[in-house]
Design a protein around this ligand. Structure first.
Ligand code: FE2
Length: 156
């Protein structure tokens, strides 16, 4: 979608793609934060990787909030999308690199199949909500449910 955004010319198309990018990323961040990250922390006690991933999510979500609340007429619209893309690229690389979060999760005793099902289920639920509500926003923090939330380490 980022690629489509870059090649899009019309303002409406850019606006539509930005909205779709933001809502997809928001869903992705929410399911990881509600389900995968707490399970990871519980299984590995790896606060370093876990916290860093959380902070990266916080940064991306702040930018998403700004993109959603300002829109394509804003002077910094394209810059925000572009920086968001860089942040996501970096974040995914961190998660997927060897010795990163996903590798460590696979090496742990986490039940990844069960987690995968939970993630998928929650994703469908959230997608349904955002389809109904258009640009409906997650509640602040967006983490009102999910197993293991008691051990969440908030970054602020
Ligand atoms: Fe993530």
């Amino acid at each position: 979608m980022f690629g489509e955004f870059e090649s899009a010319r019309s303002r409406d198309r850019k606006s539509d793609l930005a909205a779709r990018i933001c809502s997809a990323l928001r869903v992705h961040a929410t399911i990881e934060e509600e389900i995968f990250y707490p399970a990871y922390l519980e299984a590995t006690h790896d606060t370093e990787i876990h916290h860093e991933a959380e902070i990266e999510h916080e940064g991306a979500k702040r930018l998403i909030d700004e993109i959603e609340s300002t829109g394509p007429d804003d002077d910094h619209f394209e810059a925000r999308i572009s920086v968001l893309q860089e942040m996501i690229r970096h974040h995914v690389k961190e998660e997927e690199r060897s010795g990163g979060m996903f590798g460590k999760a696979r090496a742990s005793d986490m039940d990844l199949r069960a987690l995968g099902r939970q993630l998928e289920e929650r994703k469908l639920e959230l997608k349904g909500e955002s389809d109904e509500g258009g640009m409906q926003r997650m509640p602040p923090g967006g983490r009102s449910r999910g197993a293991g939330r008691d051990m969440r380490m908030r970054s602020h």
